[in-house]
Design a protein around this ligand. Structure first.
Ligand code: HEC
Length: 129
């Protein structure tokens, strides 16, 4: 009987520790999702065009657009380090919708994307100095 009780307590302890780890990992993921998208698609090594520029010019490949949509999906779900949630939701859903429209080759999708991927407007509201 004694042994059974010990096993149960140990089991709960393991579950709590595991749950905390999973929670922390997810929190870290969503926090870094924004930076990852910025580095991967908004900024490019010198001399090359970032994905966002190709997308705005209507020159991104289907593969690039797929990654962009996935990146913006993660970014929209993340919490910005600064600024209010409603503004973040509005800006990120516009970006996501525009990238999805590009994926479907919708007319004027490139123009919509160009407007949505406004670095300065979003950084002023949501990027800490
Ligand atoms: C919808 C909002 C939004 C748009 C649009 C946006 N950014 Fe950002 N960007 C952010 C936020 C928020 C951060 C801060 C992330 C953090 O510190 O966690 C950031 C950070 C960055 C960083 C720093 C990344 C790092 O490693 O710390 C770079 C570089 C960057 N953005 C480039 C750009 C460029 C270039 C554009 C335009 C083509 C752009 N961003 C458009 C929201 C946006």
């Amino acid at each position: 009987m004694q042994k059974l009780r010990f096993t149960a307590v140990a089991g709960i302890a393991v579950a709590v520790v595991a749950g905390t780890l999973v929670w922390q990992t997810q929190a870290a993921d969503s926090k870094d999702a924004i930076k990852e998208v910025m580095k991967a698609y908004h900024k490019a090594p010198k001399g090359t065009d970032p994905t966002c520029k190709k997308a705005a010019d209507g020159k991104a490949t289907p593969e690039e657009l797929k990654k962009l949509v996935a990146g913006y999906t993660a970014m929209a779900a993340a919490k910005p380090p600064q600024g209010d949630a409603a503004s973040w939701k509005e800006k990120t859903s516009k970006l996501l919708a525009a990238a999805q429209a590009l994926e479907k080759s919708a007319p004027d999708a490139a123009a919509k994307y160009k407007e949505a991927v406004n670095c300065k407007a979003c950084h002023t509201a949501h990027k800490p100095e």
